[in-house]
Write a protein that binds this ligand. Structure first.
Ligand SMILES: Nc1ncnc2c1ncn2[C@@H]1O[C@H](COP(=O)(O)OP(=O)(O)O)[C@@H](O)[C@H]1O
Ligand SMILES: [Mg+2]
Length: 272
């Protein structure tokens, strides 16, 4: 058996990346010397969870990966995706935000099909694909397809937002606090759905959350960032569970792992 991992370019690599917004007396350094590598594993995209206090630069890191300005380009250092410096947005990277990023004036089916429309996929074909995604997301093609976003619950809207991104099969999925506004029950259901979709798509997922439980449950790896200017203070490897979020997250072993991460964060945040 040959191990070809070494020859595959890294999915994402940050080399000493810093970002300063503004100039002169208004200059503000949001992230400083951020370094990490996510390797391309042949049969398993990694799930990378990112924890850190508000304003520490988590979204800045994401938008640098996505190649979106004004975060892109970095002030110093290099952001590489599949071995090449990022020079703008690209179809290999898709983003999902906390505030549901669907178009209010488009029906569910056309919201989900929007990216395909941009790619020039004909109407019937893109609606067929969108219908499959409606089903995959646990929505009802018969009753939900023709609804507008304002007719949906928060959880349903977030399903639409995720489907809009995943229908394009990005190799890297960037999720910025996607479940932060959901009630606990809906959140467990969304975590389970996400794990299932992630396994199917074999994409690399970057996931920002404020919930240590969520990071420990979802992450293969958890990156812990410092207060601003943000940098990565700690990386932890996690056991990935295949069982439902609601069950796992009440088990002693899981809670023990959560306490460990909480202790690490508290230790890191103590003034020197
Ligand atoms: N476009 C911008 N211009 C100026 N400052 C910004 C800009 N975007 C973010 N910041 C600042 O950079 C810091 C980090 O922001 P952000 O990456 O959104 O943090 P987080 O997502 O961790 O809450 C914050 O202090 C924020 O105000
Ligand atoms: Mg943010």
């Amino acid at each position: 058996m040959t191990d070809n991992t070494a020859s595959r370019p890294h999915v994402v690599e940050f080399r000493n990346v810093s970002k300063t917004y503004g100039e002169g007396t208004r200059a503000y350094t949001a992230i400083k010397n951020v370094n990490f590598v996510v390797e391309d594993r042949p049969d398993h995209g990694e799930f990378v969870a990112i924890l850190g206090p508000s304003g520490c630069g988590k979204s800045t890191v994401f938008r640098l990966i996505a190649g979106l300005s004004p975060q892109h380009p970095p002030s110093t250092g290099q952001v590489l995706v599949f071995g090449k410096p990022v020079n703008g947005a690209g179809a290999d990277r898709g983003m999902v935000f906390q505030d549901y990023t669907s178009f209010d004036h488009l029906r569910v089916i056309d919201n989900i099909a929007f990216g395909l429309e941009c790619r020039g996929v004909p109407l019937t074909e893109r609606r067929d694909q969108a219908r499959l995604w409606i089903e995959k997301m646990g929505l009802n093609p018969a009753t939900d397809a023709m609804k507008f976003p304002h007719e949906l619950s928060g959880g349903m809207r977030q399903r639409v937002a995720i489907a809009r991104t995943l229908i394009l099969h990005p190799r890297i999925i960037l999720m910025d606090e996607p479940f932060g506004a959901l009630d606990p029950g809906t959140r467990y259901a969304m975590q389970d759905l996400l794990v299932k979709l992630w396994r199917e798509q074999q994409a690399t997922v970057f996931f920002i959350t404020h919930s240590i439980e969520e990071a420990v449950y979802l992450g293969d790896r958890v990156l812990i960032m410092s207060r601003a200017p943000g940098t990565i203070l700690h990386e932890l490897r996690m056991e990935h569970s295949t069982r439902p979020a609601r069950d796992v997250q009440r088990e002693p072993a899981f809670l023990e792992a959560v306490f460990k991460v909480r202790d690490i964060i508290e230790q890191l945040e103590k003034p020197a």
